[in-house]
Design a binder for this molecule. Structure first.
Ligand code: KDG
Ligand code: MG
Length: 402
């Protein structure tokens, strides 16, 4: 089963997506997501210039060997661009293997460990009163878990609080827009938001909150402690995670569970966090963490240390990534939650897929392979549009982390 063709499709049905499509000599095709928000063309070029030439003629069945070849053979290991490109190849080869076997990929990963992947939705609004209505929208749709984000009084705009409902789009302009951030305003506001949500929805709805890397460890410790009465399922990205031992400080002060990892691209980004049990959920995902093969390795390490999965699933991860994530989610023993931010109807039409939402869960479907494809004719109608993520500054003008 030799690879005879591989090509990169860049399309913008409302937002940019990069997809790798691989074809074999027996006519099978496989798809892999290669979207890196705001840096899409870097991955497209990495694949076209450096990866596709070495794929042609290789045995499509040799998934692990191809992964090692691309990772070790490049000499330059890790990094989001490299690992997203490797992820696309790995995902497409799992898709092909499933089709060759006539089985959905989750069966090749050991079969089901659960009925479906429990997902969380996104309640976003400027005010607390409005966000209560958004949470109700999700519980009405059958969700069992909701992430809650609001505007912060005194700040004009807050990253992660979308204007659209059911999804949000953070890459909002060809050149980065700028927003202003104040930690004191934020820290005094968030506990009141969760007090109101718990009061309205009771103790059983799973609640989550994303800090978007905006605090220092001691500030995050204070936030975690102040949220303990509201029993969050997780507090996400409380601090930037390059300094893995920085999480020790947060852990010493709070029992609020911690989730981190949407920007991780390798097991080395979370090795210490997992081995020291400094986090409760690892949010790495298929497209940015080296594909199904490498993400499974991360989740296996996590399982040894009582850390569960909580894969990133924002709109900038295409339906190809979502499908791949779901096959892993239903098969691994230590699944926690799957993020689900719905795509626009235009995106869903470009990427026809078998997965579906029911009873608060996503189900990967039973089609051989991943159960997702790209409609290349439709994709061609949506040319690439440059879009970047915003930059945040403190009130004194200092560039801030989020
Ligand atoms: O591209 C960045 C987004 O995917 C990210 O900001 C979304 O934080 C996010 C989340 O938790 O979904
Ligand atoms: Mg996040």
């Amino acid at each position: 089963m030799k690879i005879t063709d591989a090509r990169v499709v860049v399309t913008c049905p409302g937002r940019n997506f990069v997809t790798l499509k691989i074809t074999t000599d027996d006519g099978l095709t496989g798809v892999g997501d290669a979207t890196l928000n705001g840096r899409e063309l870097a991955v497209a070029s990495y694949l076209t210039e450096h990866v596709i030439p070495v794929l042609i003629g290789r045995d499509a069945a040799r998934i692990e060997d191809t992964w090692q070849y691309l990772y070790k053979g490049a000499y330059w290991r890790r990094g989001p661009v490299t690992m997203t490109a490797i992820a696309a190849v790995d995902t497409a080869l799992w898709d092909i293997k499933g089709k060759a076997a006539g089985l959905p990929v989750y069966q090749l990963l050991g079969g089901r460990s659960r009925d479906g992947a429990t997902v969380y939705g996104h309640a976003n609004a400027d005010t607390v009163d409005e966000v209560l209505a958004e949470v109700a929208r999700y519980t009405g749709l059958g969700y069992r878990a909701v992430r809650v984000q609001t505007g912060v009084p005194g700040l004009d705009a807050t990253y992660g609080v979308g204007k659209d409902k059911l999804f949000y789009e953070p890459a909002d302009a060809a050149l980065p827009t700028e927003t202003v951030w104040s930690t004191p305003h934020y820290l005094s506001h968030v506990p009141e938001v969760f007090r109101r949500v718990r009061e309205e929805f009771g103790p059983h709805l799973q609640l989550l909150h994303d800090v978007h890397h905006r605090l220092t460890p001691i500030e995050a410790a204070r936030l975690g402690a102040s949220l303990e009465p509201y029993a969050l399922t997780w507090l996400e990205d409380p601090v930037p995670a390059e300094l893995q031992e920085g999480f020790r400080l947060i852990r010493q002060h709070t029992t609020t569970p911690l989730a981190v990892g949407e920007v991780f691209n390798s097991i080395w980004d979370c090795k210490q966090l997992i081995q020291e049990q400094l986090i409760d959920y690892v949010r790495a995902t298929v497209v940015h963490a080296g594909g199904i093969s490498h993400l499974r390795r991360i989740f296996d390490l996590a399982a040894l240390h009582h850390v569960r999965s909580g894969s990133h699933g924002a709109t900038d991860l295409s339906p190809v990534c979502m499908a791949a994530a779901l096959h892993l989610d239903v098969s691994i023993p230590n699944f926690g939650l799957q993020e689900y931010m719905r795509h626009t109807p235009e995106t869903d039409a470009v990427f026809p897929h078998d997965y579906r939402f029911a009873d608060g869960m996503l189900h990967p479907g039973e089609r051989p392979g991943l159960g997702v494809d790209i409609d290349e004719e439709l994709a061609a109608q949506y040319p690439y549009r440059p879009a970047q993520l915003p930059v945040s500054r403190l009130q004194d003008g200092t560039v801030h982390s989020w």
